[in-house]
Ligand binder design. Structure first.
Ligand code: 3EB
Length: 329
């Protein structure tokens, strides 16, 4: 089984980490209780809404093995493998043909694929991608597009372009390229959004290489069904809508979430609803938080669960992005 739990203080984390795959720590530092825990991954983003820390923790009910391979730290049982990698781009400052972030992204993904191959976990459920200054431009290209180049190079070398997992890609102010991944031994069902062009088919205006992710993934593990919702924004077709209107962007984003969940219901026969998910909401401008929160509370209704963090979104005209996870039994 796999559980995803959400906490605002490290005191709420399990005392016994033996069944914990890993934790994403949205926090100014890794808390003391996790400093020796190999798969605690710091995401250098400020938590909003009156909180200072936010933890997304993946756990199970079996013992886990821990391993370190190059820059990757990972834990696994017979069913799932969760890993984290942080790469300092300055290590790649000497790459001649490409930007350091591109080379770092390619290296990160190549190392991840090598671990998946050696342990026979070929089916990725979910990637989490975080990088500094995602909208910054260097080497004539926006950094998010550099990341997409490196990611695609690693995918195509492994001919993985058609095994498309759920993902998110967000910007921090500072810090290394930071990627987490969750992967299994049986295929997940990729879900697309009928309101949007698949990201891997985006036209060239968004960069020389497309992003590689599906809008959600659905996976059956033991008696439960797990849905990971990718980062979802105010994009219809392939275009950003409502460039300067955060309320309308939030409405459009949740309409996209609803469309993805409807598609997931249609493909699985399961009953995924807006209130089934726990959300993480990435907010570009903290001053927009009350507006975003009001729209989401109104649209999702009772049972709405979300954490809010400050982040840059991968298109400079996007003000908000929503991701989430749900477990149905
Ligand atoms: C979008 O729909 C918004 O590059 O892995 C969302 C989720 C987005 C994942 C990624 C990018 C990614 O295009 C951006």
């Amino acid at each position: 089984m796999l559980n995803v739990s959400y906490h605002n203080t490290s005191a709420q984390l399990p005392d016994d980490l033996s069944h914990v795959f890993g934790t994403l720590c949205f926090a100014p530092e890794i808390p003391h209780a996790l400093t020796d825990f190999d798969t605690a991954m710091q995401v250098m983003m400020r938590v909003l809404d009156g909180k200072t820390h936010f933890f997304e923790t993946l756990h199970t009910d079996t013992a886990l093995k821990t391993q370190v391979e190059g820059d990757i730290r990972y834990r696994y049982n017979d069913v799932l493998l969760f890993g984290v990698i942080t790469l300092d781009e300055t290590r790649f400052a000497n790459s001649v043909d490409s930007a350091p972030l591109q080379t770092a992204s390619q290296s990160a993904y190549e190392q991840i694929f090598a671990v998946l191959e050696s342990h026979d976990f070929p089916f990725v459920l979910r990637f989490w991608n975080y990088m500094a200054d995602i909208n910054g431009i260097s080497h004539g290209l926006e950094r998010y597009r550099q990341f997409n180049l490196g990611r695609q190079q690693a995918f195509s070398a492994k001919q993985r372009a058609f095994n498309v997992p759920a993902a998110c890609a967000l910007g921090t102010n500072v810090g290394p390229l930071t990627i987490a991944f969750l992967t299994g031994r049986t295929p997940s069902l990729p879900i697309e959004n009928p309101r949007q062009i698949s990201a891997y088919d985006y036209p060239l205006q968004y960069g020389p290489r497309s992003p590689l992710f599906s809008r959600a993934s659905v996976t059956s593990i033991a008696d439960s069904t797990l849905l990971f919702l990718s980062g979802t924004a105010s994009i219809v077709g392939h275009e950003t809508l409502h460039a300067d209107d955060v309320a309308a962007q939030t409405e459009e984003s949740i309409a996209n979430v609803e469309a993805v969940l409807n598609e997931a219901c249609r493909k699985t026969g399961k009953q995924f609803e807006l209130a089934s998910l726990h959300y993480i909401v990435y907010v570009r401008h903290p001053a927009d938080l009350p507006t975003i929160k009001a729209v989401l509370q109104h649209r999702v209704g009772p049972g709405f669960k979300a954490a809010y963090v400050q982040a840059d979104i991968c298109r400079s005209d996007l003000l908000v992005e929503i991701e989430g996870a749900a477990e149905l039994s």
